[in-house]
Write a protein that binds this ligand. Structure first.
Ligand SMILES: C[S@@+](CC[C@H](N)C(=O)[O-])C[C@H]1O[C@@H](n2cnc3c(N)ncnc32)[C@H](O)[C@@H]1O
Length: 248
């Protein structure tokens, strides 16, 4: 591999997926967050029992394995061999036969939905700009793209950098950055997609990764988020979604 950004991404994630991610993602609050994400993905993409779903930058596949029972097939692709090994092992352990995990950066095939969970903000600007054009080759007519990424305007980022800068750094690769929601959606519109932005959360996802990690704490914070997201404070939400459909 000769791309220095990909090399740094790989080095960071190989270490992350050598044990820390597995135990961190197993926390009840994070499992509850993943289950909420799956319900949200199903609602916003309309994916169902016959859909083929591609997940870009799938990591250890914990979201994809929760999604698999609801769709026809899930294919996850990730740069990190350690992530793919874990995803395959978990699929086998859970007896999930309709989830396939591939090591790499270039997906092939046709899909009814393509999802990218915490992935776009890891792509360099040129790769991010090129992605919508590439997605047109991966989506079936009427297919939907869904992404979830940290917003540049998030209050949680500013508070985190102030109060827990070390922890923030630990959870971030050297090259990732928060994204501007509308600028990201505009890349899709420029490539011939109809794209809209939604705000996913305010504090529930960031807190799911912190103390105390209880399922009930996540549920309570999620309920507070539902209320905050109806107020003007939503502009300072943590993670935004892009939902994009190729125009006929
Ligand atoms: C923040 S993680 C998100 C993983 C997973 N979607 C999740 O929600 O936990 C970003 C993932 O993208 C992968 N990645 C980074 N750049 C990539 C690329 N160009 N192609 C494929 N995977 C990539 C990393 O290995 C990592 O697993």
């Amino acid at each position: 591999m000769t791309d220095p950004i990909l090399e740094r991404e790989l080095a960071y994630h190989e270490k992350l997926y050598s044990g820390f991610a597995q135990s961190h993602f197993a926390r009840p609050a994070v499992r509850a967050l993943r289950a909420h994400m799956v319900r949200r993905i199903l609602a916003l993409t309309g994916a169902g029992a016959k859909s083929r779903v591609l997940s870009l930058g799938c990591g250890i596949g914990d979201t994809e394995l929760l999604l698999a029972p609801h769709v026809g097939e899930v294919v996850g692709i990730d740069l990190s061999p350690a992530a793919i090994r874990q995803a395959r092992a978990d699929a086998a352990k859970l007896g999930i036969g309709n989830a396939k995990f591939i090591e790499g950066t270039k997906a092939e095939g046709r899909f009814d939905a393509v999802i990218a969970i915490f992935f776009l903000h890891h792509l360099p600007d040129d790769a991010l700009a090129a992605l919508p054009g590439q997605l047109k080759e991966l989506l079936t007519p009427g297919g939907v793209f869904y992404s979830l990424d940290p917003s540049r305007a998030r209050l949680s980022g500013r508070v985190g950098r102030l109060l827990i800068p070390g922890l923030m750094k630990r959870y971030q690769t050297p090259d990732e950055r928060e994204l501007d929601a509308e600028t990201t959606a505009e890349l899709f519109r420029g490539a011939g997609f109809e794209a809209r932005v939604e705000m996913y959360d305010f504090a529930s996802s960031p807190l799911a990764g912190l103390f105390p990690g209880w399922r009930s704490a996540y549920a309570a914070m999620r309920a507070v988020d539902e209320w905050i997201l109806k107020t003007p404070l939503r502009v300072a939400g943590s993670n935004f979604e892009v939902v994009a459909r190729v125009l006929p």
